[in-house]
Design a protein around this ligand. Structure first.
Ligand code: NAD
Length: 282
C-alpha cells in the first residue's frame, strides 16, 4: 500500500479562504477588524521567522497585527506590563507570546498574565482546564491543526486506537486529549516508554511529536494507519520529521510530509482562534 499524502498547505489554504470570508464580513458588516499582537523577546532566528510568518499571514487575511520585539535582556516586569497593556486594548483580540522565552523570564507567570479571552495559543490554565473538562475554550493551535488534517481523511476517530508519541504541554498532551474527546482510545507515549513499537503498531491513527528525526520506521506502523508527523528537527540544514517518510509511506494509509504537513496548519489555527476571540468579544 502506498499512503495518500495529506497536503497540509492545501488544507491550510482552504481554511484560510473560509476565514477570509468571515473576516471580510466582520470588517464590512460589523466594523470590526480582528487584531493579533505578537510578542517576541530576544533574537532567536527560528522565533523571529515564526513571528514574521504569523504577522504576514494576518495581513494576507486582512487582519490587524502588531509586532512587539523586545530586547533579550528585557525585564520580566517590562514584558508583564506590555501584556497588561495589550489585555486592555480593544483593537487586540488575540495575544501571542512567542516561546521559548529567555531563561530570566518565568514563562508560567507570562502565560498567567495573558487575559484568557485573548489567549489564542490556548496555554492559559483557564483554557487548558476548560479544554480538559470539555467546556468550549481555545484549543492549542498545533494539536487543533492535527485534528483538522485527520478530518480530511474521512476517518471516523470515534472508537479508533490512537497513539500519540510525545507528551509535552504544547503538543502531545493536548493532542491526546483532543483525540479522547473525539471518542478514540488513546495511548500517550514519551521518552520513558519501554516498548514504543508495541504502542505504535496497534495505532489506527499515529501522531508523532517527539522531535526525534526518523524515530518511526515502517515496522512500527500498522498497515493502512493514518500517520501525522508533527516533529520538525533541522538535520544538515533540512527539516526532518519523526517519521522515516520513505519507508512508512509504503505501509501507511495516509501520511503527512515534513515540511508541508502540520506546519502550515499551526499558523492557520492561530488565525482561526483569533477570529473566534472576536466572536466571543462581541
Ligand atoms: P518537547 O521537547 O517539549 O517534548 C517532546 C516529547 O517527546 C516529550 O514528552 C518526550 O518525553 C517525548 N520524547 C522524546 N524523545 C522520545 C522518544 N525517543 N520516544 C518517545 N518519546 C520521546 O517538544 P514539543 O514542543 O512537544 O515538540 C515536539 C516536536 O514537534 C518538535 O520536533 C517540534 O519542533 C515540533 N513542533 C512542530 C510544530 C509545527 O507547527 N509543525 C509545532 C510545535 C512543535
Amino acid at each position: 500500500m502506498t499512503a495518500k499524502i495529506i497536503d497540509g498547505k492545501a488544507v491550510a489554504q482552504d481554511i484560510r479562504g473560509k476565514l477570509k470570508q468571515e473576516i471580510d464580513h466582520m470588517i464590512n458588516e460589523q466594523g470590526m477588524t480582528p487584531g493579533l499582537a505578537v510578542v517576541l523577546v530576544g533574537n532567536n532566528p527560528a522565533s523571529e521567522a515564526y513571528v514574521n510568518m504569523k504577522a504576514k499571514a494576518c495581513q494576507e487575511l486582512g487582519m490587524y497585527s502588531e509586532k512587539h520585539h523586545l530586547e533579550a535582556d528585557t525585564t520580566e516586569q517590562a514584558l508583564l506590563d506590555l501584556i497588561e497593556k495589550l489585555n486592555g486594548k480593544a483593537d487586540i483580540h488575540g495575544i501571542l507570546v512567542q516561546l521559548p522565552l529567555p531563561e530570566h523570564i518565568d514563562t508560567t507567570k507570562v502565560i498567567l498574565t495573558i487575559d484568557p479571552k485573548k489567549d489564542v495559543d490556548g496555554f492559559h490554565p483557564i483554557n487548558t482546564g476548560n479544554f480538559h473538562i470539555g467546556i468550549e475554550s481555545f484549543i492549542p493551535c498545533t494539536p487543533y491543526g492535527v485534528l483538522k488534517l485527520i478530518e480530511t481523511t474521512g476517518l471516523d476517530i470515534a472508537g479508533k486506537d490512537v497513539t500519540v508519541v510525545g507528551a509535552s504541554n504544547l503538543v502531545g498532551k493536548p493532542a491526546a486529549m483532543l483525540m479522547l474527546q473525539e471518542g478514540a482510545t488513546v495511548t500517550l507515549c514519551h521518552k520513558m516508554t519501554h516498548d514504543l513499537a508495541l504502542h505504535t503498531q496497534k495505532a489506527d491513527i499515529l501522531i508523532l511529536a517527539a522531535g526525534c528525526p526518523g524515530l518511526i520506521t515502517a515496522g512500527m506502523v500498522k498497515e493502512g494507519a493514518c500517520v501525522i508527523d508533527v516533529g520538525t528537527t533541522k538535520v544538515a540544514g533540512k527539516l526532518k520529521g519523526d517519521v522515516d517518510f520513505e519507508t512508512v509511506k509504503e505501509k501507511a494509509g495516509w501520511i503527512t510530509p515534513v515540511p508541508g504537513g502540520v506546519g502550515p496548519m499551526t499558523i492557520t489555527m492561530l488565525l482561526y482562534n483569533t477570529v473566534q476571540a472576536v466572536k466571543q468579544a462581541t
